[in-house]
Design a protein around this ligand. Structure first.
Ligand code: GDX
Ligand code: MG
Length: 367
């Protein structure tokens, strides 16, 4: 039987409650867990909603706070790793993870993952179509990083290497629970290290396409995800030197499907607010980092795909999460890259913009 886990911090209670109910009602699901952030979570409200869900559905729904397991900022990683450790102890056949803020979550996510697991895949990852200006960490940082480090494996081909929506078999959960590198990653980097770790387990990976997309809380300024950017960049950088999946590893994926029309028109972030969030001129330490990277700190920045193709590998090599100058430089460069793409490619239409992004990943792989 299966367990469904929702890591949560502070989300719309109605959405969380609806998602707990959907999971608890599913015939394959034996238990549902909601794992609360260490600080700033709405745990009391979610716990009382969960009690009602348990009464209505007859399924056990538990709400508890995450443990402090990792060595980075205590964030979503501690939440996922707390659940992974407990799930390994309890020995569930399958463990699903879903973000708590998905507004179009329904039984088909669980069903799609379960069916692929029935066919023998040990890890099922949900992928979904996204707006042309969404997933800017995935497109500019994580997939390029995986392409550089693991060219010609399936890792750069994953649609959502940062996705928090996945199914893990008992063997995958046991391996992750025993992996100190994964357990250490208590911050937003957890998705990257889980993606990498599960890719090397030889358990077979399947990508299930949630064709309607993942509808969830979107952002205003990209500054709102600055911490996520820096931690995801650090996580992919930390994979350097770690072996990837073998070229013979089993990886299959649902065929591409039509992208919903409204997603093609969605604007996922606020360009003006994002530009305003970057300090006008770098201080002397940030200038030194920019110069080290090969960027003229006095000249205006223009970061198209060609510039990013030589600049990003250097950033991946040198980045230091605990150094303020590196953090400021990485955020500035990423914002310039994302805004350049947004103003030059997005106006050409969804399909052209997405093909351009996909082509940049092939370039990073060296072909
Ligand atoms: N337990 C716990 N602890 N849960 C947390 C924490 C924390 O410190 N911080 C956030 N969460 C929950 C949150 O409530 C939500 O359910 C989920 O984690 C994801 O957070 P959200 O703020 O919705 O992030 P976002 O931007 O939607 O990112 C998600 O998708 C990214 C992606 O697909 O690109 C999330 O799964 C990221 O890890 C992923 O990189
Ligand atoms: Mg979200």
């Amino acid at each position: 039987m299966s367990l469904v886990v929702f890591p949560f911090k502070s989300e719309d209670l109605r959405v969380v409650s609806a998602n707990l109910t959907i999971a608890a009602r599913h015939e394959r699901v034996e238990e549902v867990w909601a794992v609360a952030a260490a600080e700033g979570s709405s745990m009391a409200e979610v716990a009382s909603a969960a009690e009602q869900v348990a009464v209505i559905t007859g399924t056990q729904v538990s709400v508890f706070a995450q443990d402090r397991l990792g060595t980075y900022r205590s964030g979503k990683g501690d939440g996922m790793n707390t659940a992974i450790r407990l799930a390994a102890e309890r020995g569930f056949d399958r463990t699903h993870f879903y973000d708590a803020d998905i507004t179009n979550f329904d039984g088909s996510w669980i069903e799609g993952a379960e069916r692929a697991a029935d066919r023998g895949y040990g890890v099922v990852r949900h992928r979904f179509p996204r707006a042309a200006t969404d997933a800017m960490i995935t497109w500019m940082v994580t997939r390029p990083g995986l392409a550089i480090l693991y060219a010609d494996t399936f890792l750069p081909r994953l649609g959502q290497p940062l996705g928090g929506e996945l199914l893990l078999s008992a063997a995958a959960v046991e391996n992750l629970a025993a992996d100190p590198f994964v357990r250490a990653r208590s911050d937003w980097g957890v998705d990257t290290v889980i993606t990498h770790a599960t890719s090397t387990m030889g358990l077979g990976i399947y990508e299930h396409n949630a064709a309607d997309g993942k509808r969830h809380a979107l952002y205003g300024s990209l500054a709102e995800i600055e911490e996520m950017l820096l931690e995801c960049l650090d996580a992919v950088s930390s994979l350097q030197g770690r072996p990837g999946p073998s070229k013979a590893a089993v990886f299959d994926s649902d065929p591409p499907a039509e992208v919903p029309v409204d997603l093609k028109e969605t604007v996922a972030y606020d360009l003006t607010a994002t530009r305003a969030s970057v300090a006008e001129s770098p201080d002397s330490r940030e200038k030194a980092v920019l110069a080290w990277l090969g960027v003229d700190p006095e000249a205006p920045l223009t970061i198209d795909a060609e510039v990013w193709s030589w600049l990003y590998p250097r950033l991946l090599d040198g980045f230091r999460l605990d150094d303020e100058a590196w953090r400021a430089a990485a955020f500035r460069l990423w914002v310039e890259r994302v805004t350049h793409y947004t103003t030059h490619w997005v106006p050409l239409g969804y399909d052209i913009a997405m093909s351009h992004l996909e082509a940049t990943i092939h370039d990073f792989e060296g072909h």
